[in-house]
Design a protein around this ligand. Structure first.
Ligand code: PMP
Length: 401
């Protein structure tokens, strides 16, 4: 056993009893290279982070330039930090009007927490609504929104009251009433098994929130930045929320989250009391530099269009496998779910695919659904490699039956 593996097993907090355990050497483009000389196609992009693949040259040089200029100074709203202000202005330009005031955080969960605080203070109400299958992060309030009781139960009581409604069921939206501060939704559920709601449902949700005076929060942590074939998923649905939450690809591979809303809403955090929501590192200059370079590259390259084409190629390839093990292949752009008939088969499929050199995972709240979220820059040859790895994995799962 290598020293790194020994240290990992002895001293790092383990998050499951069966880590994938690849020993990483380096990563480049769509590939991760391990210390045993193998390479793996990264079909999950570090869980939806590395939109431009690993080691994008523009992102690396922006990080180096910012590192030479300055690292941490004090980043939450006191000093004027050029790269942070430029990234905020660029995000504001790309989002619909009314979402142009940006609060940077370190992570997706932290941005969800901030958005909930805004909604509570703005409405003076306590109630929160989330959806079955939802995943919004693992801090206490984000966890309270988790649409899977298995993950909530050991940590209760959690902040609330939270009601969970069935996803994509218009009639259930009647529960959004005048006690509700915020409704939080992923425009496409990722950990919930890549579930895509109807446009009519999203329009009804907007209408119901307006009617009840509740703040509508879109969690675009995973769907943002081109992944679903549009720059933001809200464009796909033609619905503008009151707050949009971003993270993952936002930082171009460095930690960065954000919640974005109107001047009026986000101003709630600046008075009564002032400094009522601050963070030591949120909006770190290095993360903002990487994020700005990454976002410029995504926009200038119109990478959401490539994501649409690549997504079609993957869905067509996997749909061609045939057999009864796979129930459905679905997705938007490069957020793809392969639904299996049974969890045990999905599990073996994941292990066999990784053994064949392509990394895939299953959804936390939908363990029969294998999830793909590759870099938007993945090319047709790489996709073919991935499809062949998955085809081989499925055949070996069948032979094992
Ligand atoms: N929302 C969604 C939709 C996510 O997928 C995730 C992370 N998987 C989060 C929120 C939480 O983000 P973070 O891990 O940065 O806290």
């Amino acid at each position: 056993m290598s020293l790194a593996r020994d240290n990992f097993l002895r001293h790092l907090a383990q998050t499951s009893e069966s880590p994938i355990g690849l020993e990483i050497d380096r990563a480049e483009g769509s590939w991760i290279y391990t210390t045993d000389g193998r390479r793996y196609l990264d079909l999950i992009a570090g869980i939806g982070v590395s939109a431009l693949g690993h080691g994008n040259a523009a992102v690396l040089s922006a990080i180096a330039a910012q590192a030479r200029r300055h690292l941490h100074v004090m980043v939450y709203g006191e000093y004027i930090i050029d790269v942070q202000a430029r990234l905020a202005a660029y995000i504001a330009e790309l989002l619909p009007a009314g979402l142009g005031r940006i609060y940077f955080t370190n992570s997706g969960a932290e941005a969800i927490e901030g958005a909930l605080k805004v909604a509570r203070k703005h409405t003076g109400r306590a109630g929160l609504i989330a959806f079955d299958g939802a995943y919004h992060g693992d801090t206490m309030a984000a966890l309270a929104l988790m649409g899977n009781p298995v993950f909530r139960a050991p940590f209760e009581p959690l902040p609330g009251p939270v009601r969970h409604l069935p996803y994509n069921e218009e009639r259930a939206l009647e529960a959004i009433d005048q006690t509700v501060a915020a409704v939080v939704i992923e425009p496409v559920q990722a950990e919930g098994g890549v579930r895509i709601p109807d446009r009519a449902f999203m329009a009804a949700l907007r209408e119901r929130c307006d009617h009840a005076g509740a703040i509508l929060i879109f969690d675009e942590v995973l769907t943002g930045f081109g992944r679903i074939g549009r720059l933001f998923a809200l464009e796909h649905f033609g619905v503008v929320p009151d707050i949009v939450v971003l993270a993952k690809a936002l930082g171009g591979g460095l930690p960065l989250g954000a919640f974005c809303g109107s001047d009026e809403l986000i101003a709630k955090l600046s008075h009564d009391p002032p400094l009522g929501h601050i963070t030591t590192f949120g909006g770190h200059p290095l993360s903002c530099a990487a994020g700005l370079a990454s976002l410029e590259a995504i926009v200038n390259g119109r990478w959401w269009e490539a994501a649409q084409r690549a997504g079609e190629q993957i869905r067509a390839g996997v749909s061609g496998f045939g057999g009864s093990e796979i129930v459905e292949v679905r997705g938007l752009g490069l957020l793809i779910g392969i639904e299996f008939a049974e969890h045990a088969i999905a599990c073996r499929f994941v292990a066999e695919t990784i053994a064949r050199g392509a990394i895939v995972i299953w959804g936390l709240n939908a363990d029969r659904v294998v999830r793909l979220a590759p870099p938007l820059t993945i090319n047709a040859t790489e996709i073919e490699f991935g499809i062949e790895a998955m085809r081989g994995a499925l055949e070996s799962v069948r032979e094992g039956e």
